[in-house]
Design a protein around this ligand. Sequence first.
Ligand code: M6R
Length: 366
Amino acid sequence: EKGGYDHFMLKEIHEQPKAITDTFRGRMLHEEKIIKMSSIENHLDKFLNANRIIIVACGTSWHAGLVGEYLFEDMARIPVEVEYASEFRYRNPIITNKDVVIAISQSGETADTLAAIKLAKSKGAFVYGVCNVVGSSIARETHSGAYTHAGPEIGVASTKAFTTQITVLTLIAMKLGEANGSLAKHTFENYISKMQLIPRQVEELLKIDDKVKEIAEVYKDAKNCLYLGRGFNFPVALEGALKLKEISYIHAEGYPAAEMKHGPIALIDENMPIFVIATNRGHYEKVVSNIQEIKSRAGKIIAIVTEGDTTVKEIADHVIEIPDTEEALTPLLTTIPFQLLSYHIAVMLGKNVDQPRNLAKSVTVE
Ligand code: M6R
């Protein structure tokens, strides 16, 4: 049932090229250069006339929501807020019938997310679900929605659900951007061509497993780690840290790279591994200068860079290369090395990868 893999998590990491392709299927028509999503088309006026989109979710799904915020604002110029479902529901939030709420949940059963949906509906908002489990409570409770076609995710640490959630959010952002004219035709079509390449690029990236294993071997005994990223990759830093915490029980924190000097920099010494996303688009020079600051404090740097990078390679202790793509699509690639890294560290430390202590696959109590 694990398809020859030692753990479900590793199997699910390797299923991502297929999961992303399945999530595109019937929606992103590469030849015709169109995105067809009846769940959006049938409610287009709701999205296009919305005052704002509020994304509610928990855990990894909340991280996908944060990527969604960058995608929607960048591609469709619609204001977005991303909320932890548990905070949103108890905050007496201001919601009107001009708001669109997007709830993201792999299981479709998360208690706080479900309660947030019910609250939003009671205030007249239009609620759209992004779920993986067909027929789940959240899928049934929402007005409309799109499934992520990741297939069953058994490992408690979410992997393929995350990348397929980002896939769906990217398709929606592109669709809305095209519909309201925020995305020029050539930009929209370029995104389609680049999206089409992603599954193959993920496939390529999965081959770096041995390299990631070497890095895992060096840092597996760390007590604390920092994950840094900017822009579209700030949420990926949060997700990288969550994966490490969950399955290896190593304390890790994700931060927007520029926030480092507002506090966390005090933690840096020669024992602190710092995982930095430094792909070559958007904010590259800024991230390079963040890396230099870390280096001058003797921190160990493991950087994710775009293939062909030379600048970061000279400064970092280790680099992992990802294939080139548009900045907005990089989260689908930068996430992969972090998943593999957490997996290998947890295995090396002898932890229960698929069923980490204290965690349940779906949190149906608040
Ligand atoms: O099923 P959901 O997506 O609603 O679950 C939300 C979180 O409980 C979940 O993402 C959790 O954080 C995972 N263990 C992350 O790996």
